[in-house]
Design a protein around this ligand. Structure first.
Ligand SMILES: NC(=O)c1ccc[n+]([C@@H]2O[C@H](COP(=O)([O-])OP(=O)(O)OC[C@H]3O[C@@H](n4cnc5c(N)ncnc54)[C@H](OP(=O)(O)O)[C@@H]3O)[C@@H](O)[C@H]2O)c1
Length: 376
């Protein structure tokens, strides 16, 4: 069983590739830069493959055919190249054409919505489409499913997280991409616009009350599909001055719609920002909170997880092992959580999946260093 990791020489991709090779998975590292792919493949002692994704729209058949040729012999693709809005289309298109399972570590709402729309095609092709096997959305999606189990009649869901440590350049570049679209929430099943930085409230994520604001995270797509709850808000802990700055930054949104301005900012971020150090990844803790209510009753649950990138590496690698049905290797850092492959009866079903729909709400508890669920 072969896993092709695309964007393998990026900050997250490299950590995931090291972990996957360390766990004994048969890995092909891939990306668009031939030299960087060759260097990484050489260092990890695995196969490397360089290919681009065309213009990223998936509409260019020649580019999709080229991607299909490059991924065709793999059993699953794990996409770590973001912003994912620029990369998912040709890879998903090629995965559907070659009957290859697709996973990624996106947290981008439009990407989840677009991939969910391919559900029927994926079922027909026997392919599992599983975006979001990173920090966002594994803990929040599993927490949402857990809250729904506790209160099946819930009609309203609130989720949120209080991360720690610094963020990587790719996440900043992705945030710039998302900022342009403004704030979002889900109301009665529909995704609706809210002003950026809206919804200021105090939330106890697990270490006392913190200021928090609404954010347009992928959970608005995944939690809706994992629980069927139609009204969902997602919050991020943000100190008051940062929330005020975010609201003031609303006026930047029209500027970010100008493609050269957005791309220029993203290039600047890539050139000047690095990811969290190994020490920060090891020491960081993240607090995840959720609340479900049916109008009469409200239930609250919490999780405590390792730093966001540490969790992403573990979650993405474990999810890939589960999809491939290969969990018997010698894991780095804990139980690999092996299982049965897609469509075998016990593995995740073909079609669009969220982490919780694929592996159940307790998937997050199998990951190294996760504590919970703390129920109220
Ligand atoms: N969900 C989560 O919790 C979570 C956690 C970690 C990361 N992420 C996301 O993962 C993504 C990567 O983050 P990072 O910090 O690893 O960023 P990074 O260090 O900048 O790496 C990005 C990688 O993607 C590749 N890439 C970007 N656009 C591409 C395109 N159009 N075609 C082909 N390759 C492309 C880059 O290749 P080049 O160098 O050749 O451009 C590079 O290999 C971000 O979107 C981030 O938000 C999400």
């Amino acid at each position: 069983m072969t896993l092709l990791i695309y964007g393998a020489y990026g900050y997250t991709g490299e950590l995931v590739s090291e972990e996957a090779v360390g766990r004994g998975i048969d890995v092909v590292v891939a990306g668009r830069d031939e030299r960087k792919v060759a260097e990484l493949a050489d260092r990890l002692g695995c196969e490397g493959r360089s290919f681009g994704l065309g213009n990223g729209t998936g509409a260019d058949r020649t580019a999709v055919d080229d991607v299909a040729e490059n991924i065709g012999d793999a059993d699953a693709v794990l996409n770590c190249a973001g912003p994912f809005v620029d990369t998912y289309r040709p890879l998903v298109e090629a995965c559907l054409g070659t009957e290859t399972h697709y996973l990624d570590v996106t947290g981008e709402l439009p990407v989840f919505e677009a991939i969910a729309a391919r559900n029927a095609e994926a079922k027909d092709a026997g392919v599992c489409l599983l975006p979001g096997v990173g920090f966002d959305v594994v803990p929040t999606d599993c927490l949402a499913a857990h809250l729904h189990d506790r209160l099946p009649a819930a009609t309203r869901l609130r989720l949120g997280f209080d991360p720690s440590g610094t963020i990587s350049r790719g996440t900043l570049a992705t945030a710039i991409e998302q900022f342009e679209a403004g704030g979002k929430r889900r109301h009665d099943g529909e995704i609706v616009d809210v002003p950026v930085g809206e919804g200021d409230r105090r939330i106890d994520f697990g270490r006392g009350e913190r200021n928090a604001v609404l954010v347009p995270m992928g959970d608005l797509s995944t939690a809706y599909r994992s629980t069927g709850i139609g009204t969902i808000d997602v919050y991020l802990a943000l100190p008051k001055p940062a929330a005020i700055a975010l609201r003031a930054g609303r006026f930047l949104s029209p500027l970010l719609a100008v493609e050269p301005v957005k791309r220029g900012l993203q290039r600047l971020v890539r050139a000047t920002v690095t990811g969290p150090s190994e020490q920060k990844r090891e020491e960081g803790t993240c607090y995840v909170w959720g609340e479900a209510s049916d109008g009469d009753r409200t239930v609250t649950s919490r999780l405590q997880t390792p730093e966001t990138y540490a969790l992403t590496v573990d979650a993405a690698t474990t999810a890939a092992q589960r999809v491939l049905g290969t969990g018997d290797g010698d894991p780095v850092g804990g139980d690999p959580g092996g299982g049965d492959p897609v469509g075998s009866g016990n593995g995740p079903s073909a079609g669009f999946q969220t982490p919780a729909s694929a592996f159940g709400s307790e998937f997050v508890l199998e990951l190294d260093g996760v504590e919970g669920f703390f129920d109220e």
